[in-house]
Design a protein. Structure first.
Length: 189
C-alpha cells in the first residue's frame, strides 16, 4: 500500500512539472528506492554480498589486487599476461586488452555492495555493450540523438538489442528514450 501511495505521489509530481516519464518507469524507480530503504540493494547495514550473488567491496575491491583470478580480457588473458612489453612488441590484439562482460558484472556487484546502485546499473549496461560490435554501438548512438529516429525505429532498435545481443538493460533504456523523445517532440517525423 505504501508503494502505491508513493508511486501516485511521484506520478502527480512528474505530471505537475510537465515531464513525460512512463508510469511503469516511475513504479520501477519507486520499487528500487523502497527496496533500498528496507535493506535491499545498496543497503549498507552490514550485509556482505550483493543481490546478484557475490562480491563485497570491503573484501574484493579493487579486483586487480584482491581478486586478480576474476579479471580476464575478452580473449581470456589474465591481468599478469598483459604487459607493456607485449604491447610495444605488437603481441597483443584489441581483444587482448578489451574488458570481458563478466568483469564488469563483478564490478557491478562490488558497486551494489558499497551502496552505489546507479554505478552498478551503468556497469551492467557497459557489460551488455561489450557484446555489440563497435560499429553498431556508434550507429545506435547516432540513432539515439534527438530528431534522428522515429519512435518505431527506436522500438525496433530496442528489439534488436534484446533479441540479437541479449542486451535487455540497454533495450529498456532505448524504449525509455523513445517515450521521452515522443513526449518532448524530439522524434524524426
Amino acid at each position: 500500500m505504501a508503494d502505491e501511495h508513493m508511486s501516485k505521489k511521484v506520478e502527480d509530481m512528474i505530471k505537475a512539472k510537465g515531464l513525460a516519464i512512463s508510469p511503469d518507469r516511475i513504479a520501477d524507480v519507486v520499487k528500487q528506492v523502497m527496496a533500498t530503504m528496507q535493506g535491499g540493494p545498496g543497503d549498507s547495514s552490514g550485509g556482505s554480498a550483493s543481490p546478484k550473488g557475490g562480491l563485497d567491496a570491503r573484501k574484493d575491491y579493487p579486483l586487480a589486487n584482491k581478486r586478480p583470478d576474476l579479471v580476464q580480457s575478452a580473449s581470456g588473458l589474465k591481468l599478469e599476461d598483459i604487459t607493456l612489453d607485449k604491447v610495444v612488441d605488437g603481441n597483443l590484439t584489441f581483444d587482448d586488452i578489451k574488458i570481458k562482460p563478466e568483469t564488469l558484472e563483478y564490478q557491478a556487484q562490488i558497486a551494489e555492495s558499497a551502496g552505489r546502485p546507479r554505478l552498478a546499473a551503468n556497469l551492467r549496461r557497459a557489460a551488455e555493450l561489450t557484446r555489440i560490435p563497435d560499429e553498431r554501438v556508434l550507429e545506435i548512438y547516432n540513432a539515439l540523438r534527438p530528431y534522428r529516429s522515429t519512435k518505431q525505429e527506436l522500438l525496433d532498435l530496442a528489439g534488436e538489442l534484446e533479441s540479437k545481443y541479449e542486451a535487455s538493460v540497454c533495450a529498456a533504456l532505448v524504449r525509455e528514450a523513445a517515450e521521452v523523445y515522443e513526449g518532448r517532440d524530439r522524434l524524426r517525423k
